[in-house]
Ligand binder design. Structure first.
Ligand code: PGA
Length: 241
């Protein structure tokens, strides 16, 4: 694993955006694996700036997101489909048919999981996967558990994740308690993984994920055995290493 230590959140975002932009320039038909949450916002903002300057073209790019809340419509402001549209997709020239997320409203969850695995498979595989790490060590919504799940599945969110994400919901909102997530196999099959981590609150889990045993209780620990991971983290996040 290559570790890039940067000063702060802005440098982290710019460094990760540089890798993604190189990926898109070198391979205009790139498949990007994308993430939601607070951490990637700066990366998307930087990519949008370069797109607006005319330096990037997303017309042949495909994006495949890690996860989606179960039960939320794509129009719901809390859905990841909405987040991605708002934070990234509506600002660039990506084709709508090249944007992929699980459908939170699917009637048959098992069929939806298999459909999503087919989407990943038929895309030819993810070239560069952007990844954050949750405070409990999750990647996507692969929560700590007794096994590493292979394929897309529906998972119950842990109380730690619900707590971490309830900042996005107001009192009147019903916060979903389960989600679709890409499995560990699909994440690990990405040709390159770019992990972004910022802030003191992630320092302990980042240290455990990198230096502890490979253990499904710390899903991010699996990244130790991927052969092309670049971790871009700020000083605060790396302060326990
Ligand atoms: P965050 O989430 O970027 O909002 O901290 C990261 C994650 O849960 O993967």
């Amino acid at each position: 694993m290559k570790i890039v230590r940067v000063e702060d959140y802005d440098k982290m975002s710019r460094t990760a955006a540089n890798i993604i932009s190189a990926q898109v320039i070198l391979k205009p038909t790139s498949v990007l694996g994308l993430a939601t949450g607070s951490t990637p916002i700066g990366v998307y903002q930087q990519l949008i700036k370069w797109y607006e300057k005319g330096d990037l073209d997303f017309s042949q790019v495909t994006t495949i997101n890690l996860d989606e809340y179960k039960g939320l419509s794509p129009e719901d402001a809390h859905s990841y489909k909405y987040y991605m549209r708002d934070a990234f997709h509506k600002h660039i020239n990506i084709k709508p048919e090249n944007i992929h997320l699980p459908n939170g409203l699917a009637e048959d969850p098992d069929a939806e999981c298999r459909r999503y695995d087919d989407v990943i498979q038929n895309s030819g595989g993810v070239d560069t996967q952007l990844l954050g790490i949750g405070h409990n060590g999750h990647i996507g919504f692969n929560e700590p558990g007794s096994v590493f799940h292979r394929d897309t599945y529906v998972t119950d969110l842990t109380s730690r994740t619900l707590e971490a994400n309830n900042r996005f919901f107001s009192k009147e909102d019903v916060q979903p308690v389960s989600a679709y997530t890409m499995g560990i196999k699909a994440i690990m099959q990405a040709k390159r993984i770019v992990v972004i981590v910022s802030g003191k609150s992630k320092a302990a889990i980042l240290n455990t994920a990198l230096n502890g045993p490979i253990d499904p209780q710390v899903p991010a620990s699996i990244l130790q055995i991927h052969n092309d991971v670049t971790l871009i983290a700020d000083q605060d996040a790396l302060s326990y290493l």
